[in-house]
Design a protein around this ligand. Structure first.
Ligand SMILES: CC(C)(COP(=O)(O)OP(=O)(O)OC[C@H]1O[C@@H](n2cnc3c(N)ncnc32)[C@H](O)[C@@H]1OP(=O)(O)O)[C@@H](O)C(=O)NCCC(=O)NCCS
Length: 174
């Protein structure tokens, strides 16, 4: 399944992205939100912020043109963070995980950061510690672990786990 179509997302995609996030969130251990916490309002908010100040990229399946993957990030707001692209989230439909869609989307996303957005010096994200697949994936894309937020995530079924902040820097940091 390499024949997906990658393009920038926009407000017309909100309905399909909402459906996608609900499907992804239904499986524990990936997204922080549960399926019932994914509303059209939540998705509409991040799509409009990403269109306005950040980057949003979607993957469509060629068979039916449905959105099967999405990645976005946007400016945090205050001017002191104007060089930071934050609130990054990536979600691939469960039926299409592990076949390269995430890699293609994230590579396109970082290409746009590197080539089109010289104002962005830092891209940041957070992954739960148990999501080793995602953490290894982000390392391959140039993200480094910056710490460990102990017990930040409440695990389904009881207990807590740590959240791992990671960042990519345009210029090497000492
Ligand atoms: C994590 C996620 C974004 C990865 O996207 P994907 O399309 O499934 O991944 P890809 O097939 O493009 O593979 C990218 C990398 O992920 C890792 N990976 C993918 N499948 C893996 C698996 N089954 N086991 C371990 N690592 C795996 C590898 O590092 C791989 O790189 P490689 O191909 O160079 O070895 C996707 O699985 C997803 O949406 N998961 C649920 C939601 C989630 O966890 N979001 C991130 C929250 S921080």
């Amino acid at each position: 399944m390499k024949e997906f179509i990658i393009k920038n997302g926009n407000s017309e995609d909100i309905g399909e992205i909402t459906d996608l996030y609900r499907e992804v969130a239904a499986i524990e251990g990936g997204l922080a939100r549960t399926a019932d916490e994914i509303s059209a309002g939540y998705v509409g908010n991040f799509v409009s912020k990403a269109v306005e100040s950040g980057i949003i990229v979607v993957a469509h399946a060629p068979a039916d043109n449905k959105i099967i993957g999405e990645i976005h990030g946007y400016a945090l707001g205050p001017q002191v963070f104007a060089h930071v692209l934050g609130e990054l989230t990536i979600a691939i439909h469960p039926n299409f995980q592990g076949v390269g869609v995430g890699k293609a989307l994230f590579t396109k996303f970082m290409q746009q950061v590197k080539e089109d957005r010289p104002d962005i010096l830092r891209v940041e994200l957070i992954a739960r510690e148990s999501n080793g697949k995602a953490i290894e994936f982000y390392k391959k894309l140039g993200f480094a672990v910056e710490g460990r937020m102990t017990n930040r995530i409440r695990s389904v079924g009881g207990g807590f786990e740590s959240d791992i902040p990671m960042a990519w820097h345009r210029n090497p940091v000492g």
